[in-house]
Design a protein around this ligand. Structure first.
Ligand SMILES: Nc1ncnc2c1ncn2[C@@H]1O[C@H](COP(=O)(O)OP(=O)(O)O)[C@@H](O)[C@H]1O
Ligand SMILES: [Mg+2]
Length: 395
């Protein structure tokens, strides 16, 4: 980046590298003056937000000016926080608690109001140097987020998301989390035969203090090893969650899990959240019916037209013999072919609900189909690909 000048260059290994990002010279220099000159701290100043979202490649602490362009500053802080590689702080010339809360909710660790008090920033940097951002510990690869969205209630989002998550935990053998956004009264945990004490509502209500340890206390563990953050079990809770809190929850989840599966039901109010970032795979669950296909068509063209591989269309309860529409009609309605067809399997769906066993654990056609989806999501070959390879070998 060209718009950088060096204030103090630290060369020792134990130096804490700090980037100050702020177009407003006077405010940025005030923070630089408070930080520079301290032993063990190397500061660089950047006078543009442009390109600053890759600074976590080089810096352990990134301090952002919240005032110059508040929306851009928030988006920048959020994108760095979501990777969890650097500690993010922010500063402002105004003592506005609401702005501070917005930044803290997305994972910003410290919020300073100018003028800075003497030891304030030194204390914050000391805390940052003790704290090891979890992604820097590199205990897992960058997380993959799989969002299950339905074209209509009752399409099978919960049944598929819950069983997919179990299969994914088993196939990948990596830390996997299922989150149920079916607020209120989602039933992903019930589908897996689990009774849970806490829910997603506890995480969202207390987002400012949400971190890996707090999140862990809210989770239940399925026999497969899958962690589950259940939906709340009563109607009293806020039905439209705060966007910043939702994003913070995903940031913390990413730091602790390699695979994150979200059952969002048919909630389009989460479309602007980071769950729907370009990097997430959206599984759009639909059925072969007039209104379901019409909704699917609208949702694809309005929201997901630009996605290619990371929009996966799933035809649930697929019955080739009794189709009202042939595959050509379905493809036309969906604007593209469906990647997955899950058979109508009433008896195993019933059986698993009665016995509260995950369908993914049963040896039923529906379970086999879901397992293929999970294998593909974690980069393992599906049966079809294995057969193709085998066929090629014998040829
Ligand atoms: N492929 C399928 N075959 C048979 N029954 C299914 C299938 N998928 C889902 N179901 C059943 O349909 C009902 C509604 O599914 P659910 O997952 O709760 O829908 P949603 O979460 O979209 O509202 C449940 O009883 C579920 O067991
Ligand atoms: Mg549901």
């Amino acid at each position: 980046m060209s718009d950088v000048f060096n204030v103090q260059d630290g060369t020792e290994k134990s130096v804490l590298s700090v980037a100050l990002v702020g177009p407003h010279d006077q405010r940025r220099r005030a923070v630089a003056a408070a930080v520079s000159g301290r032993t063990g701290v190397a500061v660089e100043e950047f006078y543009s937000y442009e390109g600053a979202d890759t600074l976590d490649d080089r810096f352990e602490v990134i301090v952002v000016d919240a005032d110059s362009d508040p929306d851009r500053a928030l988006a920048l802080a959020q994108s760095i926080c979501s990777r969890g590689r650097a500690t993010v702080m922010a500063y402002s010339g105004q003592a506005d608690v609401k702005v501070a809360i917005r930044f803290m909710r997305i994972g910003v660790r410290e919020f300073f109001t100018l003028p800075l008090e003497g030891p304030e920033i030194a204390d914050a940097l000391a805390r940052a140097s003790v704290r090891q951002p979890s992604a820097r510990q590199a205990s897992h690869a960058p997380s993959k987020v799989c969002v299950f969205l339905g074209t209509k209630g009752g399409c099978g989002v919960t049944a598929l998301a819950a069983n997919f998550a179990v299969a994914l935990a088993q196939e990948s053998e990596r830390p996997t989390l299922l989150m149920d956004f079916g607020l209120p009264l989602g039933d992903a945990a019930i589908n897996l035969g689990m009774i849970t004490e806490f829910s997603i509502a506890n995480a969202l209500k207390d987002a400012a203090r949400l971190d890996g340890n707090f999140l862990k206390t809210l989770l239940a563990t399925h026999a497969s090893g899958l962690s589950v953050l259940a939906a709340p079990s009563d109607f009293r809770l806020d039905q439209s969650p705060n966007g910043d809190a939702v994003n913070k929850l995903l940031t913390v989840a990413r730091q602790n899990f390699e695979f994150i599966v979200a059952d969002v039901g048919s909630r389009l109010d989460l479309l602007n959240s980071t769950f729907f970032d370009e990097s997430s795979i959206v599984y759009l669950i639909t059925q072969v019916g007039i209104s379901e296909l019409r909704n699917a068509n609208r949702m694809i063209s309005q929201f997901f037209g630009r996605r290619s591989e990371n929009l996966q269309i799933v035809l649930n309860r697929y019955k080739p013999a009794t189709l009202l529409f042939d595959d050509k009609h379905i493809e036309k309605a969906l604007t593209r072919p469906a990647q997955w067809k899950i058979p109508d399997d009433y008896s195993s769906a019933r059986r698993t609900q009665n016995t509260a066993n995950a369908m993914a654990l049963a040896d039923a056609p529906i379970a086999q189909a879901i397992r293929q989806m999970a294998r593909s999501a974690c980069g393992l070959p599906t049966d079809k690909e294995e057969k193709k390879k085998l066929f090629g070998f014998f040829r």
